[in-house]
Ligand binder design. Structure first.
Ligand SMILES: Nc1ncnc2c1ncn2[C@@H]1O[C@H](COP(=O)(O)OP(=O)(O)O)[C@@H](O)[C@H]1O
Ligand SMILES: [Mg+2]
Length: 269
């Protein structure tokens, strides 16, 4: 039975999609069978993080036209199965809640299904909470963002979901809240503390998650810390090897630019 984990926040722009894409790869690198679903139906962008720019079938077709979820799976070479949402604005009449039935039917054999949720607390977000078994909360270490995420925590508890913990993202030296304070606000462990770093934006531009392009970077180490926590595994940071890592990053970057154009990046599900 797949562990269905919803990645939620309160505010937008805190790093949910970035975490889902990197965490999915990290779990796949641990030989887990992983699918990631874009449940941000009106603000889809999960596929873009992998260079998946156009696709005939999306999660919208699964909800609207009764397409099979298996037809909306795009296999990334990292091993992650991506289920993207439509990039155009499409009205969805069907209850997103029904997606859980499709997840159980078609993705039940996965080890993990990660749900990239929408922002705020409207129908889309509630549906993402509802279809998840466990919740990861992402926040910046600043009061307004934390207070929005606390509201999401309260809702997730009302839905009787297990909350795995908090991932702090975009940490800077100027932050008003430290890890211990955030943890005590939520009464939950902080299971990853990802620094603010330009490498994240560069990797999104290169359409290649940072954990693939820069596997030994401190951002990647923090993401692995999150996946190790989920797997109940002891975390060992990978040390930066200096020049060797920069050469590797350059090669990975070139690959991510070239591969989509020669059509080898994605296989049909
Ligand atoms: N650790 C980080 N360091 C620097 N920039 C980041 C970091 N995490 C995310 N970002 C930036 O923030 C933007 C929003 O992240 P995203 O994952 O799309 O947030 P959300 O899904 O919560 O709306 C990204 O496009 C990226 O440029
Ligand atoms: Mg997002």
């Amino acid at each position: 039975m797949a562990r269905v984990i919803g990645v939620l926040s309160g505010k937008g722009g805190v790093g949910k999609t970035t975490l889902v894409s990197n965490l999915g790869v990290s779990l796949a690198q641990e030989s887990k069978n992983v699918a990631i679903i874009d449940a941000n139906l009106t603000g889809a962008n999960l596929g873009l993080h992998f260079g998946l720019l156009s696709y005939p079938v999306s999660i919208h077709d699964v909800m609207k036209n009764g397409a099979s979820l298996t037809d909306a799976i795009y296999k990334h070479p990292s091993g992650v199965d991506i289920i993207p949402a439509s990039l155009s604005i499409e009205h969805v009449d069907t209850e997103p809640r029904n997606l859980r039935k499709s997840i159980d039917k078609f993705l039940g054999d996965k080890d993990f299904v990660l749900i990239d949720a929408a922002t705020g607390l409207d129908r889309e977000t509630l549906a993402a909470i509802d279809m998840s078994d466990e919740i990861l909360l992402v926040t910046h270490p600043e009061l307004p963002t934390v207070s929005d995420a606390l509201r999401t925590k309260t809702i997730a508890e009302k839905y009787d979901k297990d909350i795995i913990g908090i991932v702090l993202n975009r940490i800077t030296k100027e932050d008003e809240l430290d890890t211990g304070t955030v943890s005590s606000f939520f009464e939950l462990p902080v299971i990853g503390a990802i620094p603010e770093d330009p490498i994240v934006r560069k990797s999104i531009e290169a359409k290649n998650p940072v954990i693939l392009s820069h596997p030994r970077h401190r951002v990647s180490n923090e993401i692995r810390k999150v996946s190790d926590h989920i797997l109940g595994k002891e975390h060992e940071p990978k040390k930066d090897r200096g020049f060797r890592d920069r050469i590797l990053a350059f090669v990975n970057y070139r690959k991510s630019i070239i591969l989509p154009f020669i059509g080898k990046k994605f296989k049909a599900g």
